[in-house]
Design a protein around this ligand. Structure first.
Ligand SMILES: O=C(O)CCC(=O)C(=O)O
Length: 254
């Protein structure tokens, strides 16, 4: 199924990122937002393995930059939304037949949150050595600009392999790409219904939220094994099921 135009697809593959303004209707995004809000409302009661805070090491956990891992496993209704289905069709259009859903998370930046998401390549966090291509679909539940936490990308940075990363002092779990200048980057502001797409190796970051509204994003990651061998897909799926088992047994909504 064709979700974006061929020129957009080529631009994504050439630049490593793409902003699309009109992938979903506001009502479709509102449905996602209500599921995510339900999870963030219960943040303190979610299984410890499914929550993080990307803020300062000495900050109060869950109040700075709360993150929920695998929200669609905790709240399986998310997988039945039009947003999920269209995102999956889009990933298949970009990566090809054999693409499947790998991971989702949601990151919230409360109003006045001064923490940027540091420059990084997603591939740096990959734990398995299986060869694959991945696509991230970053979906904000409200309009975003540089003031309230939109994504930003370094164009064509996916072409240089995995770059050196360094830990960020006083920030929880953050690994930052060495030597990126803010002036190298392009902001991707979006209206409600838009999404920012990027490849596994693209250097990216998100602005702090200095606006007055909460910024919440649902982030879906799809993978395409770089081999036609069916065993590669089976291995990927086995790893996925192993990793998500603790979340699946504690699903909190029907
Ligand atoms: O939402 C954010 O602040 C950052 C998201 C991100 O880094 C990603 O989607 O890979």
């Amino acid at each position: 199924m064709r979700i974006i135009g061929e020129r957009q697809r080529r631009s994504l593959l050439e630049d490593g990122y793409l902003g699309v303004a009109d992938l979903f209707s506001p009502a479709e995004v509102a449905e996602v937002a209500s599921h995510l809000d339900g999870l963030f409302d219960r943040f303190g009661d979610l299984p410890p393995a499914s929550v993080l805070d990307l803020g300062a090491t000495d900050g109060e956990f869950g109040t700075q930059v709360p993150e929920i891992l695998y929200p669609s496993v905790l709240s399986p209704s998310l997988r039945r939304t039009a947003v999920f289905q269209r995102a999956k069709a889009l990933a298949k259009q970009v990566l090809g037949v054999g693409t499947w859903f790998r991971f989702d998370h949601s990151i919230r930046k409360p109003p006045g949150c001064g923490f940027e998401t540091v420059w990084h390549q997603d591939r740096v966090h990959k734990r398995t050595g299986l060869p694959e291509r991945r696509l991230n679909i970053w979906i904000p539940t409200s309009p975003v600009t540089a003031t309230d936490g939109c994504m930003r990308y370094v164009p064509r940075s996916h072409l240089n392999g995995v770059l050196p990363h360094e830990p960020v002092p006083d920030r929880r779990g953050a690994l930052r790409t060495v030597g990126v200048a803010d002036s190298d980057a392009v902001d991707v502001p979006l209206p409600t219904g838009g999404a920012a797409l990027h490849l596994f190796e693209t250097v990216h970051s998100a602005h702090p939220n200095l606006g007055n509204s909460t910024r919440t994003a649902w982030i879906l990651q799809f993978t395409h094994p770089r081999t036609v061998l069916p065993t590669a897909t089976l291995l990927h799926r086995a790893i996925y099921f192993g990793q998500t088992r603790p979340w699946r047994t504690t699903a909190v909504t029907p």
